[in-house]
Structures are given as C-alpha cells and as structure tokens.
Design a protein around this ligand. Sequence first.
Ligand code: PLP
Length: 390
Amino acid sequence: MNQLAARVKQITPSITLGIAAKAKQMKTQGIDIYNLSSGEPDFDTPQHIKNSAILALQEGKTKYGPVSGELALKEALVNKLKEDNGLDYTPDNIIVTNGGKHSLFNLMLALIESGDEVIIPAPYWLSYPEMVRLAKGIPVIVETKAETNYKITPEQLLKAITPKTKLFILNSPSNPTGAVYTYQELKKLAEIIIKYDIWIVSDEIYEKILYSKTKHISIGALGKDILRKTIISNGFSKSYAMTGWRLGYLAGPSNLIKAVSTVQSHSTSNVCTFAQYGAIAALKEKESSACVQEMLNAFTNRRNSVLKRVASIPQISCPIPMGAFYVFIDISQISKNSIQFSNDLLEKYQVAVIPGQAFGNDDCIRVSYAADLISIKKGMDRIEEFINTL
Ligand code: PLP
C-alpha cells in the first residue's frame, strides 16, 4: 500500500459516515440501536418530486446533458435565488452538481492553489478541511465559543486573515451547532471580506430548516460588492429529503462557475438527467411548501423534545439551535474525549451520536434529531443513564 498518493494520507475518512455504518451494522445484527448520528431526514422524498423524475425517465430524458445542468433547472434556480434569497443571477452564474459536497469539492479544485489559506470557523462541517487539503490549500481553523453560539466574530475573522487568505467558509444554518447568523453579524463579516478582497463560500444547505421565526439571510444579498466575492453552495438533500438523489448547486460569478464547470466536465459530467427534473418539481413553491412545512413541524417537535431533555441533565448543556437538525452538546464536565464517549455510548448503551472532535471541538457531541421522536426520547433516556454512570 506504499504506492498510495500522499494526498490520501493527509486526510481522514469521514467519522460521521463511519459511526453511521457501525450503527447500521449493529442494527443488522439484531441489536436495538437508537441512531442519533445521521445527517439525513428520515422522511421519504415528496411524491410530486418523484413523479416528475419518473415522467422525465418515461419521456426519455436519459441522455447526456449540459455539464452545468439542464437549462430548465438553472432557470428555476435563478428564480428561486431571487425569490427566496434576493440574489440577482442568470443561468450563467449557476452549476448543478452531484450534491452540496460535490459543489464544494469542485469549488476547492477550481479556486484553491497550493499554499492558499482557507478560513474555517470551528465547529465546522467535517468535510471542509479535508476538501481544502485535497486541493493543496491550508485550512485555518478559528475556534468559536459557546458564548457566541459558536459563531465567528468579526474580530476573529480579522485576526485570521493573512496575505495568503483566499477563501472564508461560512455555514448558516450550521452543521453541527444549528447557529444562524443575523443580518447585523453578516454585515460586519461582509465588510471585512470586501476590505481584504477574499472570497466567501456561503453553505446554505439548511436554509429552509429554521425555528422560532428565525430568518435565513444570504450574505450575497447584502450588496453588489459582497455578491461579487460570494459563492452560494446549496442543495436538495436536506430541505426536500432528497439525500440519495445527489443534487446540489453553486451560484457565483460567471467566470468562476465556468471554471468549476470545466473541472466537472472532466470528472462527473452532468448530474443524472432525469433526477434534475425531480429538482425542478422541488423548486415549485406551490407544490413543495406544504411538504417542507410538514417536515419542519416534525423537526420542531423533535427539537423541543431534545432541548427539554438536555436542560434536565445538569452535567450537559448546549446553545439553542435556530436552524438545521442538530444539537451540539457540551460534555466537557464528564468527559475529556468525545470519541471515547461516543464509542462507549454506542457499545454500552446502543445510542449513536457523533463525537465533537469530528467537527473540531472535543468538548462536545452532536445529536441529530433527524430521527423519529421515539428514537430521540429513548436515545436521550439512555444518554442520561450513561452520563449517570460516569
Ligand atoms: N454542507 C453541509 C453543512 C452539510 O451538512 C452537508 C451534508 O451533510 C452538505 C453540505 C452536503 O450535502 P449533500 O452532498 O447531500 O448535498
């Protein structure tokens, strides 16, 4: 195995996928598992979205298509970005990809050169630093605190910028913390980005999963100067329960999108043609809004249930998540090693969670409430039992 490329030795396999696989394996062995590790809604894709893809398949939409996506989908995305986010784009500003992960990976390949620094606030979605490393960039991790709801402050961003800074990765609503940046917070960050002329990629994949009247604001909507430096990364997995469809997109300046398209033309080519017709149906507000709301109502109940339980266990705490479907729970009073904690919890109490270390914070664990309410309730019972043994 010595012949493997050096680049694979610099990255670690996804811990989240690893834990999920272990939990699934235990389940197939007949072990009663409560899986609170998954970043995947437990709902099925809404029927009208499936119907649209089935129709496209029957109509013979089974051929290669344009690398950057079907024009009808890109037009629907232009419309969505205007209506939902207040962003002015044309189809030239958009590329359809095989999921948000693929969007970001393509972007790193198109933008990052050897030695470029990429600022990533921690806790972060675990693929960001690895993607940067694969593109030969240098992840610059900025640790945020529970006191600021794990949001990077303008002072922290300023301090992290050097002449080598190329890109800043912002994720709001956040995985793993559920933090959502406000207009004022984004405004201050945008001023710094403009002043130092760096790029920002705004990962907005959880934009529709919001609680307590929280609003999602896309940083690119704050003005022409910031829009010029912004790339929006988004996808269909979380908002429409379409994880397996592998559908995402990037929106940004047309020359950058063209470069991403060139990268994609030599790797995956276009996204599955008939799947893109499912995406077009998902973007039809009239048909989709009730399904999205139904999922959101379920997430809201689950979130309330988890938060109540966290509040009732004195040794742990978490900021209140305003978006996405995760709580990032501080376990530092009872454990100094989140991987050990999560492994013991899975092996001894059959509850799967993700150790915070995967997200760059070893004081915490991530509990996902994209699971059914019974799993959440029983899982939290077991977490409490486990904590009481420590
Ligand atoms: N960005 C964030 C913050 C995520 O949590 C995920 C999935 O977990 C993605 C991007 C990528 O999602 P997908 O590739 O399914 O579109």
